[in-house]
Ligand binder design. Structure first.
Ligand code: HEM
Length: 182
């Protein structure tokens, strides 16, 4: 993944636990790099190892780390100057989710080797929709949950996200039911 993702993990851990904890976490993950370069590509394994080490350090399951990271990503990207892209993508959680693929496609002009995930939102009822997520990567479903919750916070509309079909359990794609809390 692009270094920007690993930098966001660094930012989150440093905010939560301080710089010394980040150095210890990198050692535990076997990552022997001083800094990540946002525009450089790193093996996905580096990201997964950082998540594993964060899970050990915080004593929470990796899925919880991924969810917290997903939520943080919506804050981090806004802080790093990409907020306008999310604003342009729509004025609410469902609108942004509907426009995510074109937003990522636009981002791929900056990050040409991105492996873009594919999302599809089907509205089911007022305030409720089914989100499908297709990826070339495994194991990031919990991150999607955090991302959608982060969008909910961004728009001041808390959401409940339920993982209803799981690829790791044999489903064709991951699907989430997203409900906006009234
Ligand atoms: C402006 C905000 C955003 C920026 C700048 C951004 C950018 C990126 C970048 C650079 C990657 C790494 C791709 C790679 O290295 O192959 C990525 C991956 C991803 N993004 Fe976004 N993104 C944003 C918002 C979102 C939102 C709101 C969602 C909500 C669901 C989302 C879902 C994902 C997922 C799930 C991945 C993992 C890729 C995979 O499944 O392989 N992103 N994004």
């Amino acid at each position: 993944m692009y270094g920007m993702v690993n930098k966001a993990i660094e930012d989150l851990v440093t905010h939560m636990k301080g710089p010394a904890a980040w150095q210890a976490l990198k050692r535990d993950a076997g990552v022997d790099l001083e800094t990540f370069v946002g525009m450089d590509q790193y093996d996905d394994d580096v990201t997964y190892r950082l998540v594993g080490a964060a899970s050990r350090m915080l004593e929470i399951p990796s899925d919880e780390v991924l969810e917290a990271f997903g939520e943080y990503w919506t804050i981090y990207t806004a802080k790093k100057g990409y907020g306008h892209m999310m604003t342009a993508a729509g004025g609410g959680v469902f609108e942004v989710l509907e426009n995510l693929d074109s937003m990522h496609t636009r981002l791929s002009m900056l990050y040409p080797d991105m492996r873009i995930p594919q999302f599809r939102l089907v509205r089911e009822a007022t305030g409720q929709a089914l989100l499908s997520y297709e990826s070339q990567r495994d194991g990031l479903g919990s991150m999607v949950i955090g991302l959608v919750k982060g969008l909910g916070k961004r728009f001041g509309t808390p959401v409940v996200v339920e993982w209803v079909e799981r690829r790791e359990e044999g489903a064709a794609v991951d699907r989430f039911r997203v409900s906006l809390e009234a």
